[in-house]
Design a protein around this ligand. Structure first.
Ligand SMILES: Cc1cc2nc3c(=O)[nH]c(=O)nc-3n(C[C@H](O)[C@H](O)[C@H](O)COP(=O)(O)O)c2cc1C
Length: 220
């Protein structure tokens, strides 16, 4: 095995460790603060996730103030991790995200990844598509992309030595009201992030045979 092959294998091994070690952690050391810089870097890496047409409809409301975490506690049905964790990230999807198409595609032009006329025609095409798309279809897209970025965020956090738990157990309406989130944003999930005080419970998974089928679906 060449040197570069073996170092590649090692990197892959670390990645598999990260996947194996990520668990939903529900008890955090309240003394641990993650710096804004580190939260920003975690989000930057998370946003390397793929998204439909690279439109990146995810938005993040990062709640790291103790007072605001207390406000969030009853909204998240008193799940203690909300106040113990260093921060809670509200993952949102922007239903009006198509407005960013021009910015994204001109960035690709500036980076030398795309000729200007290609970028222009793609922006026109997507803008046209989105303007005639039912809101439900846009909602589906932001949920899908929001799920991908959330997963990546949790893995990046673990790779940095932090723990997370995704949460759907919260009152969406109250969250929107209390944190003054406008209707253009869809709440996708909350993610608590911090350092575990207690490890997450081990969990099981269905066998691949139960969930994957080759070439045809099983007879019902
Ligand atoms: C969309 C979603 C919502 C979840 N909501 C909650 C929640 O509100 N509270 C909680 O403690 N765990 C929540 N979980 C964590 C799951 O219970 C956990 O991922 C699952 O049991 C598997 O365990 P693991 O993450 O440790 O592998 C949620 C997970 C997902 C993906």
């Amino acid at each position: 095995m060449s040197v570069s092959q073996s170092s590649q294998t090692m990197e892959h091994q670390l990645y598999f460790d990260v996947i194996r070690e990520r668990r939903s952690v529900r008890s955090y050391d309240p003394e641990i603060k993650i710096s804004r810089e580190e939260l920003i870097e975690t989000l930057r890496q998370a946003t390397m996730a793929p998204s439909a047409a690279n439109l990146q409809p995810w938005r993040f409301l990062v709640i790291d103030s103790p007072e605001l975490k207390q406000k969030l506690l009853p909204i998240a049905f008193n799940q203690q991790q909300v106040v113990e964790a260093s921060a809670v990230i509200v993952v949102l999807g922007d239903l009006e995200n198509i407005g960013m198409a021009e910015k994204i595609y001109s960035q690709a032009v500036d980076a030398g990844f795309m000729p200007e006329d290609t970028a222009k025609s793609m922006v026109e095409r997507y803008t046209g598509m989105y303007s005639s798309m039912p809101e439900e279809a846009i909602r589906q897209k932001v949920y899908t992309d929001g799920g991908l970025v959330s997963m990546q965020l949790m893995l990046v956090a673990r790779a940095k030595g932090y723990d997370t738990v995704p949460m759907a157990g919260y009152d969406k309406q109250k969250l929107m009201e209390v944190f003054r989130i406008s209707e253009r944003y869809v709440p996708i999930m909350l993610i608590a992030i911090g350092k575990a005080a207690k490890p997450g419970h081990p969990t099981v998974r269905l066998a691949v045979d139960d969930v994957a089928f080759f070439n045809e679906m099983p007879k019902e």
